[in-house]
Design a binder for this molecule. Structure first.
Ligand SMILES: Cc1cc2nc3c(=O)[nH]c(=O)nc-3n(C[C@H](O)[C@H](O)[C@H](O)COP(=O)(O)OP(=O)(O)OC[C@H]3O[C@@H](n4cnc5c(N)ncnc54)[C@H](O)[C@@H]3O)c2cc1C
Length: 379
């Protein structure tokens, strides 16, 4: 079967790899090659702490396991860091009560959580400042992991290309429709590419590409940013969620950093100085937790708008009455990408319903809400 995958983010790359592995003839189309999308700006933490209800939590847990299985299948999961995660927050606050309720819920699912003292945290991560832990409750999540999304995309595409996949660096402008089914794509330069099946994995841009089908996924407007530091003096080996900043080791002494307060500075993501204020905020915050990271230099600032369906859940599946077409738009897309790849094989190649995503079909949004967003959704 000839399949076009629109978008080479984590989702498109995983779909391409899984389909190619099962013998499909795959073409991936993305104007930015492997350099674009929310995937590049992602924090890429494999966790499921805030995922509700329990079915969704379990889906995320299966996604995390699927990364390990994918690593076994490919031979070595060099994109994956399975060192758990640390989190702490001020005790005796309203937020602390919410955290307690969250931990109770996770424990009721059987999720492993270890309560830590400040000494325990410092034994795991000696670079953390003791003062940042004062008056805080801390926990360790041993099953958490982190993904290096650059490596992950490259490995998946390399493995897909070994099985005959082609990556075309071009923009998809429209879908081709023939005899009542989606039959390929039209590129920005007018060229047409035909296929037996098209799967739209263009993240936030997927609505604009599928506009002729009269459906779009209602998306929240959620800009996000991460920064990568230059080489710093640090020995961090696991994800840290401190009260105001997220910290992740990025290899070679660099850190990947994220803060919700920095996201809130992104009023106009196209402004020439977009991200500047947020990057300064992040540079300030990281030093409150890691004093060795003094005068930190920011090597890159990555800004995006998340592909975030309004109910926060994945959107995966065909559209009613539209043959030859699947849609995959989701947040937590790094965690779920291996499962989306498997589901694409089940549904597109074998015509079977994927149990994982049965509850997350595009049809769950009312037709009117979805149609209203067709013209309104910014990219
Ligand atoms: C700050 C931040 C933190 C996050 N943290 C996490 C986390 O901890 N864990 C987690 O699992 N997820 C996290 N996410 C979410 C996760 O990054 C996304 O869900 C995931 O990257 C989505 O992947 P995707 O392939 O669907 O979309 P994208 O990565 O956006 O890829 C879409 C691709 O489509 C391409 N495209 C666009 N227009 C066209 C066109 N016209 N033709 C062809 N191609 C096109 C783009 O160039 C892009 O490469 C985070 C996101 C952000 C921003």
């Amino acid at each position: 079967m000839r399949i076009i995958v629109i978008g080479a983010g984590a989702i498109g790359c995983s779909v391409a790899y899984h389909l190619a592995k099962e013998g499909a003839s795959v073409t991936v189309v993305d104007p930015e090659g492997l350099r674009g999308g929310a995937t590049l700006a992602s924090f890429a933490w494999l966790n499921c702490h805030d995922k509700n209800p329990e079915d969704y939590y379990r889906l995320l847990m299966r996604g995390n396991s699927a990364h390990r299985e994918l690593g076994d299948e490919i031979g070595h999961a060099n994109w994956l860091r399975l060192t758990g995660a640390l989190e702490w927050w001020p005790a005796n606050t309203e937020k602390a009560k919410n955290h307690a309720a969250r931990l109770d819920r996770l424990r009721s699912y059987g999720h492993p959580i270890e309560l830590l003292s400040a000494d325990d945290v410092l034994a795991l991560e000696p670079d953390v400042s003791r003062s940042s832990l004062e008056g805080c409750e801390a926990v360790y999540y041993p099953t958490d992991g982190a993904v290096d999304t650059v490596v992950y995309r490259h490995v998946l595409m390399r493995e897909a290309e070994r099985r005959g996949t082609t990556l075309v660096e071009a923009r998809v402008a429209d879908l081709l429709e023939r005899s009542g089914r989606v039959a390929g794509v039209r590129l920005g330069d007018g060229r047409e590419m035909e296929a037996d099946y098209v799967i739209n994995c263009a993240g936030r841009a997927s609505n604009a590409i599928g506009i002729r089908l009269g459906y779009s996924v209602p998306l929240d407007w959620r800009p996000g940013m991460t920064v990568t530091t230059d080489v710093t003096r640090n020995n961090i080996s696991r994800v840290i969620k401190a009260p105001n900043i997220y910290i992740k080791p990025e290899g070679a002494g660099r850190l990947l950093l994220h803060a919700k307060s920095a996201d809130q500075t992104l009023n106009d993501i196209h402004a020439p100085d977009a991200g500047k204020e947020g990057a300064e905020e992040i540079a300030r915050l990281v030093q409150t937790v890691l004093p060795t990271v003094r005068d930190v230099k920011i090597a890159s600032v990555r800004i995006t708008v998340r592909p975030y369906p309004t109910d926060g859940k994945p959107v995966f599946g065909p559209l009613p009455g539209v043959a030859g077409y699947h849609l995959a738009v989701l947040h937590s897309g790094i965690s779920l990408s291996p499962l989306i790849g498997r589901a694409a094989v089940e549904e597109i190649l074998h015509g079977r319903t994927s149990a994982d995503f049965e509850a997350y079909r595009p049809t769950r949004f009312s037709a009117s809400a979805a149609a209203a967003q067709v013209s309104a959704a910014p990219i």
